[in-house]
Design a protein around this ligand. Structure first.
Ligand SMILES: Cc1cc2nc3c(=O)[nH]c(=O)nc-3n(C[C@H](O)[C@H](O)[C@H](O)COP(=O)(O)OP(=O)(O)OC[C@H]3O[C@@H](n4cnc5c(N)ncnc54)[C@H](O)[C@@H]3O)c2cc1C
Length: 422
């Protein structure tokens, strides 16, 4: 059986790993990048705390020695349902069974100025852009004579108070306290320069009240200015315009505000939800209106799980569990056995807020502080691809936490010879 999996994120990779070494099943992972990466730690790349290579791993290295796994570099352009084939940016591939696991992309909700000028946080490229942007702005501050210009360069607005927004706000606030004064003596200590804006009534929306309160308390303690019940409406000429009428002059708007499923052109229009563009699947993750196409992870919407009638949360654990179950179901399909329905087992959610401070919501409890922070680190090391990456990441963390001073603040931008310097 020829299985083509588009997207080698949490869902696609877990499916492929389960089917590795199984004769009669030939798997091709198609991805627009040649590496798998770990989104929950992107914010640490963007704040120069860890290297991008700590959280990414080449597919071809991952599939070495696996005789039935192949990698194909390309971006999906169209699903040709009638001929059981896909068109990619690099050619056509045929399948007996297609799995769509392309995740989501940043949603700008039609706000064109924000799409053009804000900095998203969805990919390694995004994280490196943000890292360079922050470091370049710091250099500009050291040269700026006008106090308003200095203030604007130092001010950072984060849109979106979910885990990503909270994590990045906490990390940048800590940089202001521990690093800026040392690296940039011309600037000195920086606090109170970060705004975290969210339209909801609390930070960490889907988490427990206790976690939400803890996030508010810790971030406020670090000097982050939190604005709730308020949305970022526009970003023009370096001015962030909020729905309550406030205008914040800022050279940096980080957009951590929303996602929308990646497009899969060629699927029946009736199998796509109008909200969030997710692909509608049944309890076996089969795409509605098709027979041999499945979708897993953030990209799909499954409403048949009794505990999640409005669809599952777009989280790594859901993607991992769906990938593993679909692997099992593809074997069942091959052997003519009945398929198992997907049921999500919530193992808990967590968010890091600052150094030594995290929150963990378990199905039956909540904990916070140093223990939660340590558990967070441990849990986030386990799924990192590659043993060497795990060791490197653990060492980097250890070193950064004891010294408060990682050494990765490098402005590295691939440029042509004729492009201008900073
Ligand atoms: C900054 C950030 C922080 C997060 N933190 C957490 C967290 O702490 N805990 C948690 O549970 N979840 C977190 N999430 C959500 C979590 O990362 C997702 O739920 C999870 O990645 C979904 O897995 P997936 O396999 O569906 O998609 P992804 O992991 O997004 O993988 C999609 C894959 O598809 C590829 N792809 C995309 N488009 C195409 C195309 N057109 N053609 C070919 N390939 C394509 C991509 O390159 C990628 O490899 C976070 C997400 C982000 C962005």
């Amino acid at each position: 059986m020829k299985v083509v999996v588009v997207g080698g994120g949490f869902a696609g990779i877990n499916l492929a790993k389960k089917l590795a070494g199984i004769d009669d099943i030939e798997i091709t992972i198609v991805d627009k990048n040649n590496y798998n990466f770990f989104p929950p730690l992107l914010y640490q790349v963007s704040t120069a705390f860890i290297e991008p290579s700590n959280i990414s791993y080449p597919f071809r290295r991952l599939f070495q020695m696996q005789r039935n796994l192949r990698f194909y570099l390309g971006s999906l352009e169209r699903v040709l349902t009638d001929s059981s084939a896909i068109e990619t940016s690099n050619g056509r591939l045929e399948y007996d069974c297609l799995v769509l696991a392309m995740g989501t992309e940043t949603n700008y909700f039609g706000l064109e100025n924000i799409r053009e000028n804000a900095l998203p946080m969805k990919s390694i490229d995004n994280a490196l852009n943000l890292r360079n942007h922050i470091l370049i702005n710091m250099e500009k501050v050291t040269r700026a004579k006008d106090p308003d210009e200095r203030k604007k360069l130092l001010t950072i607005v984060v849109a979106g108070g979910g885990p990503t927004g909270v994590e990045i706000s906490g990390m940048i606030a800590e940089m202001g306290i521990h690093i800026i004064a040392k690296d940039y003596p011309e600037i000195g200590n920086v606090t109170g320069n970060i705004y975290l804006v969210d339209a909801g009534q609390a930070l960490l929306g889907p988490m427990s009240k206790k976690s939400q309160n803890e996030a508010m308390k810790v971030l406020a303690g670090l000097g982050v200015k939190i604005k709730l019940h308020c949305a970022v409406k526009d970003y023009v000429d370096g001015k962030v315009i909020l729905s309550n009428g406030d205008v914040i002059s800022s050279a940096t708007l980080i957009w951590a505000s929303g996602v929308i499923a990646r497009e899969a052109p060629g699927l029946p229009a009736s199998s796509i939800t109008s909200k969030g563009r997710r692909i509608i699947v049944d309890q076996f993750n089969r795409v509605s209106g098709t027979t041999n196409i499945f979708s897993i992870g953030d990209q799909c919407m499954e409403t048949s799980d009794p505990k999640y009638p409005n669809g599952h949360p777009q989280l790594a654990q859901v993607a991992i569990q769906q990938g593993k179950l679909l692997a099992k179901n593809l074997l069942n399909l091959k052997d003519g056995k009945p398929l198992d329905a997907f049921k999500y087992h919530n193992k808990g959610t967590m968010a890091i807020i600052a150094k030594y401070k995290a929150v963990v919501d378990l199905p039956r409890g909540f904990f916070k502080g140093f223990v939660a922070w340590f558990v967070w680190l441990f849990i986030h090391i386990i799924p990192i691809a590659g043993f060497r990456n795990k060791i490197k990441l653990a060492f980097n963390w250890f070193w950064s936490f004891i010294t408060n001073d990682p050494t990765l603040r490098l402005i590295i931008r691939p440029r042509r010879e004729d492009e201008e310097d900073v």
